[in-house]
Design a protein around this ligand. Sequence first.
Ligand SMILES: *[C@@H]1O[C@H](CO)[C@@H](O)[C@H](O)[C@H]1NC(C)=O
Ligand SMILES: *[C@@H]1O[C@H](CO)[C@@H](O)[C@H](O)[C@H]1NC(C)=O
Ligand SMILES: [Ca+2]
Ligand SMILES: [Ca+2]
Length: 206
Amino acid sequence: MLVLVALLFACASGALIPEPEVQIQVLEKPFICRRKSKNGDLLLVHAEGFLEKNGSRFHSTYKDNNGQPVWFTLGMKEVIKGWDKGLQDMCVGEKRKLIVPSALGYGKEGKGKIPPESTLIFQIDLMEIRNGPRSHESFQEMDLNDDWKLSKEEVKAYLKNEFSKHGTDVNETHHEVLVESIFEKEDEDSDGFISAREFTYVHDEL
Ligand SMILES: *[C@@H]1O[C@H](CO)[C@@H](O)[C@H](O)[C@H]1NC(C)=O
Ligand SMILES: *[C@@H]1O[C@H](CO)[C@@H](O)[C@H](O)[C@H]1NC(C)=O
Ligand SMILES: [Ca+2]
Ligand SMILES: [Ca+2]
């Protein structure tokens, strides 16, 4: 009975907010898949984008980006929603075709070569997956005293380490500013710590 009620409720709320969907076609899947993409992972992809209406290509990492694939963090709104939704549970070496409705693409505005209200077609080739800054693994790495929350000192130590790894000079003032702005955004209950939940929770605006 409870299940039924929950189901009805889900249907009712679903009916109120018709959510546009990405159509996913798996074109190629590797035989061995050690890890599947999830929110917070860093993905390296080659991508080509086409307008559905006339098939013209508006973007290609094979051509536009000196032939280099691009990195982005999955599920963090660094890319269009169509990618955040359409590139989940994907293996390295997998190729997908995504059909992205305009609402999950560039919407009413369009962008550059993309006219308003365009349905987009992408062909995506996943080259590599790495732990993103938001993964469970990186939380544990940052949480030096294992109390399941991140203090400002812990976040600062992490940033320092990351910056020096990339060969950037460590600037104390800059780090203070950075840490404050991170806590302003992430420490939702303002207790001075970023909890595991605050860290990994993905805000999903409707
Ligand atoms: C396809 O449509 C776009 C946008 O309207 C336009 O810029 C482009 O020239 C068209 N390409 C072809 C091959 O018709
Ligand atoms: C350090 O960072 C602060 C804040 O971002 C900046 O105003 C300052 O110029 C930086 N100092 C150096 C030596 O780069
Ligand atoms: Ca801690
Ligand atoms: Ca908090």
